[in-house]
Design a protein around this ligand. Structure first.
Ligand code: CUA
Length: 163
């Protein structure tokens, strides 16, 4: 046994890089933990499934748009389709908390909301959701971030936050 242990010689450089790799993993794990707990960075989760061919029959997406669920609390139901968002514009007062529910009618799209940490993949049949608090009045553009065809670059909308 003692002989085997002696034969496990690790070069000092190799040892250093093994330690650096382990240290990097610890730093990355710490960064993800801090981002998740302190900065509200969340992985968008598929919250529900819908039939993309029958959105008209869906309770939530038959009439997409903004729904007020409590004072300054909203749910925004948005349908992505080639090459528009429906609705392409929503307006809320500053201080509002908006939970976005986005799905696709046809192909895969993206939903990135400027100056927030919302950036979701929108897959037909699946509802992606993230929540945002709009503290500052202004206009927040949202764009499609996944190539979805010839007019992909024209696919955008905005959230207007009024004072
Ligand atoms: Cu929709 Cu790109």
């Amino acid at each position: 046994m003692a002989n085997q242990r002696e034969s496990m010689h690790i070069d000092p450089y190799e040892r250093t890089w093994i330690l650096v790799s382990i240290l990097m993993l610890i730093v990355f794990f710490g960064a993800i933990t801090v981002a998740g707990l302190s900065f509200g960075v969340r992985v968008p989760d598929p919250v529900a499934r819908v039939n993309p061919n029958k959105l008209e029959e869906s309770i939530t997406f038959a009439e997409p748009g903004l729904k007020e669920v409590a004072p300054k609390r909203y749910e925004a139901y948005i349908v992505a389709q080639t090459w528009t968002f429906n609705p392409a514009e929503i307006t809320v007062p500053a201080g509002s908390i908006v939970k976005f529910y986005v799905t696709s009618r046809d192909v895969q799209h993206g939903f990135k909301l400027q100056n927030t940490n919302v950036n979701m993949q929108i897959v037909p049949g699946q509802v992606s959701s993230l929540m945002v608090k709009f503290d500052e009045p202004g206009e927040y553009d949202f764009i499609c971030t996944e190539y979805c065809g010839i007019a992909h670059a024209t696919m955008y909308g905005k959230v207007i936050v009024t004072p």
